[in-house]
Design a binder for this molecule. Sequence first.
Ligand code: BTN
Length: 242
Amino acid sequence: MDIRYFDELESTNNYCKLLDISHIEEFTVIVAGHQTAGIGQQGNRWESERGCNLTFSLILKPTFLPASKQYDLTMAVAVGMRNAVESLTGCKGVSIKWPNDIYVENKKICGILTTCSLSGGRIAHSVVGIGLNVNQTHFPSWVPNPISMNLLTQKNYELKQVLAFVLESISSSYNLLKDNSTEIRKQYLKNLFRRDCESDFVFNGETIRATIQDVNQFGHLQLVASDGRSLCCDMKEIKYLI
Ligand code: BTN
């Protein structure tokens, strides 16, 4: 595994765009001690205090996956991260908030941003950007529901050790995806935040109560609203009320 450390980058995901990925081996990791313009989902910023957390991008080449199965990769990485956070903190209640945030109870500890490049109907390569809150204890007020490993356990973690553990866990769920994608899907659904219980959401601007039933193969969230409607949503259509 090739791990490349940088004191500071704009964004590890953006740095990967500058690389000629065809000359980069799979499982190369770009790590930044600090990102000056970290990117989150849906155009948001990713906030992380210098030297406190893990901010890295992992280059994968899941050429075994057809383009239509991109969501399988999202599930595998989320399962690997969830398992790592559970083992590292010893906390129960570590879950995957659809599509791929890692939560502990009602708080977000890790965000994942995956981009895929397609070629001939298959995934040629993928850049998986991961931000894991490790030792940070104070967050700006605009960051929604943050938590860190330190806030959960009152321990200070060695970042290199946490990175090694996390990469091992992602590697094992990625290998499981190759052999048995059904098992990854099973583990993803089993650990899905607020599955099978009624909770509040905003769906296209309307506040609703609904129960998550499933996530389809394209990664759309399937819910049944309390008025009986079946809903199938992408990320732009639905927000959890937490
Ligand atoms: C989210 O909004 O939940 C996704 C956050 C992803 C953040 C990580 S930090 C490392 C990588 N580089 C970035 O600029 N973003 C991702």
